[in-house]
Design a protein around this ligand. Structure first.
Ligand code: RP5
Length: 163
């Protein structure tokens, strides 16, 4: 999405993209400028360090961080920036993402990560949570969010189809 990015979407691997794409899709739909990067806590620690250090100065306001397995990226990012970090546990092959969830959610006091659900729904909700944070100081975005939610509600049928 064009414009100065307000949301940074970072992920530990290219293999996380099919999950994290859901966050990008929501931000696209809501007209929120964002950027996407591969930043691995273990494989590219220097990249993690500089991304966290420079994020606020570059104009980012919220970071969405997704990783799987020993998912240290969201927590380490939260230790390097005062921006709110929203964590997405990516579903892992070995333990179905429970390992990712536990790695992200159980932060020590002082460095919170707002942890979403495992997988694609968690990534989509991360996009929405980021937009809701930005909407606190962006009335036009707040209106777009309200419309998005109304559309979602309207799309839910009142009665189930009986097959
Ligand atoms: C984590 O390891 C990544 O976030 C990814 O979810 C997982 C597997 O990575 P690849 O082996 O597919 O690169 O660091």
């Amino acid at each position: 999405m064009a414009g100065t990015a307000e949301v940074g979407i970072v992920m530990g691997s290219q293999s996380d993209w099919p999950t994290m794409e859901e966050a990008a899709r929501i931000l696209d739909a809501l007209g929120v400028a964002h950027e996407t990067r591969i930043v691995s806590a273990h494989r590219t620690p220097d990249r993690l360090w500089s991304y966290g250090t420079e994020a606020a100065g570059r104009g980012l306001k919220v970071i969405i961080a997704g990783a799987g397995g020993a998912a240290h990226l969201p927590g380490m990012m939260a230790s390097k920036t005062q921006l709110p970090v929203i964590g997405v546990p990516v579903q892992s092959r070995a333990l179905s993402g429970v390992d990712s969830l536990y790695s992200i959610v159980q932060m020590p006091r002082g460095f919170p990560v707002a942890t979403m659900a495992i997988g694609a729904s968690g990534a989509a909700n991360a996009g929405l949570m980021a937009a809701q944070i930005l909407a606190l100081s962006d009335p036009a975005l707040a209106t777009r969010l309200a419309e998005w939610r109304a559309d979602l509600s309207a799309a839910i049928p009142e009665e189930p189809e009986r097959g």
